[in-house]
Design a protein around this ligand. Structure first.
Ligand SMILES: Cc1cc2nc3c(=O)[nH]c(=O)nc-3n(C[C@H](O)[C@H](O)[C@H](O)COP(=O)(O)OP(=O)(O)OC[C@H]3O[C@@H](n4cnc5c(N)ncnc54)[C@H](O)[C@@H]3O)c2cc1C
Length: 442
């Protein structure tokens, strides 16, 4: 079941020319459009389905610095700063509230891992701190059971995924951006070795630059250009409760569950670190790239063998631009949620918080998370194709980091001083011999 998303109507007439075309209307594409439009750059955003139809409306809505890979902490910190002023900046409701986030730790070993992260994050002077069991109980009223302690960041927060990207897209439009939905981009046109335009299902647009913010589709899009972008798709599942009294304001995770309060008084609940990876040929093609991530994250991923192998096999990997492409065949990725993971989360949260014991589940949905080999996004120009930029691979935390990533991408496209050093995010790290590794799971 697809979650309901605030609607954004499509503009009607495709312009013949613009400055920048953005492919994808998730949180990353809409934030990039917003920050480019704010700089006065002519922008056209093309979304094959509806705004925020995929990951960006399906996530939990956590906006956090805590637990981030230190390589991306400067961007996460900038994103949190931007979220703080986002409602005002977009003159709309993104749902952002600074509620604090808590990682509950069952064992001393868990707590030691969290404390090690705190040590690594120390140069960034966050307000993160360890809590005792009693302190965690004060922040999370109704908490039951034995806990070794918790890691807590008061300045982290939550947003409303079903409202945020639409509000940001509308703000970008008010600043002059065009927003087209049901408008898949089939591929690029080049001239003299650099980007000259895009071909969409509704026609051509000449432009100086293109930003690919295509989420789980980005690898396929790049493949047709002859560019190798290592990226896997992992299924994550969520349920939404009806409004519920007596639950915590802070967002938190514990053993087998995570939750976040919604503006409507309900909660988004999922299984903490519980994702499904379908066995596909594309997985085998990228085995070497993902072995380090598999070693670090194997506990949090369930491998599934089934129909997806055939379905993935049947997706064309190359096409010409005068034909319908895979992007037109699947307007919105709407995978079935993994019911056993959600049933497990329901039980675990009910055992920990009495307020959740009789919760009524209004919806369950799935979303495909796009993951890179080092669990760090690609926010980068493409050396071999001037004018082409990629912002993808947010590896399960792009909602929170979205405004920072959009701002950074806008700086990179315009050649302005980047808001944070983008070196970590370069695409070439996968080919220049760096062999980037993921951070050990905390
Ligand atoms: C269940 C779940 C829970 C999560 N929880 C959190 C969380 O709590 N906090 C957090 O920070 N992150 C979380 N994430 C991750 C977060 O949702 C993503 O990292 C983020 O939304 C990625 O945004 P995006 O814009 O890159 O991708 P998407 O939102 O997937 O958007 C990409 C868009 O590109 C479009 N597109 C693709 N190809 C084309 C094309 N050729 N032409 C036109 N359009 C195209 C697609 O239709 C899609 O709408 C979660 C994700 C899931 C699934």
């Amino acid at each position: 079941m697809a979650p309901r998303v605030d609607p954004v109507a499509s503009d009607e007439t495709l312009p013949a020319r613009t400055g920048v075309v953005i492919i994808g209307g998730g949180i990353i594409g809409t934030c990039t459009a917003f920050f480019l439009a704010k700089k006065g750059v002519p922008v056209v955003l093309c979304e094959k389905g509806h705004i925020a139809g995929e990951q960006s409306s399906r996530n939990w809505g956590w906006v956090r610095q805590m637990g981030r890979d230190p390589r991306e902490l400067p961007l996460a910190i900038e994103a949190l700063r931007l979220w703080g002023g986002m409602n005002e900046a977009v003159q709309g409701e993104t749902g952002f509230r600074r509620c604090g986030i808590i990682f509950l730790c069952k064992t001393q070993d868990d707590l030691a891992k969290r404390a090690a992260w705190l040590e690594a994050a120390q140069p960034y002077q966050l307000d993160t701190r360890l809590l005792t069991r009693a302190e965690a109980g004060e922040k999370l009223p109704g908490l039951t059971g034995e806990w070794a302690g918790a890691l807590y960041t008061a300045s982290d927060g939550r947003g409303e995924p079903q409202m945020a990207a639409p509000a940001i897209a509308l703000a970008a439009r008010r600043l002059g951006a065009n927003v087209f939905t049901q408008c898949a981009v089939r591929g690029l046109e080049t001239q003299g070795g650099r980007v000259a335009g895009v071909v969409t299902e509704k026609g051509r647009i000449a432009c100086d630059s293109v930003v690919l913010a295509g989420g789980a589709w980005s690898r396929l899009f790049c493949g047709n250009l002859g560019l190798r972008l290592p990226q896997l798709k992992v299924l994550s599942s969520v349920m939404r409760t009806e409004p519920l009294a007596g639950g915590p304001e802070a967002a938190a995770s514990g053993v087998g569950f995570g939750f976040r309060k919604r503006l409507d008084g309900g909660y988004n609940v999922g299984g903490w670190s519980a994702n499904v990876l379908d066995l596909t040929m594309d997985m085998f093609r990228q085995l070497g790239d993902f072995l380090p991530a598999a070693r670090v994250n194997w506990r949090s991923v369930r491998l599934r063998v089934g129909q997806k192998f055939i379905e993935d096999w049947q997706i064309p990997r190359s096409w010409s631009l005068d034909q319908a492409t895979p992007f037109e065949r699947v307007r919105t990725l709407d995978p079935e949620p993994h019911q056993p993971i959600l049933d497990g989360a329901r039980k675990a949260i009910g055992e920990t918080f009495p307020a959740f014991r009789d919760m009524r589940i209004a919806e369950r949905w799935g979303g495909m998370i796009d993951v890179t080999p080092d669990i760090v996004p690609v926010i980068s120009g493409v050396d071999t194709l001037p004018g082409f930029f990629i912002a993808t691979g947010f590896s399960g935390h792009g909602f929170g980091i979205g405004p920072g990533a959009g701002r950074l991408m806008a700086d990179m496209v315009t050649g302005d001083a980047p808001v944070v050093d983008p070196t970590t995010f370069r695409l070439s790290r996968f080919t220049d011999g760096s062999r980037p590794q993921p951070l050990p799971a905390i």
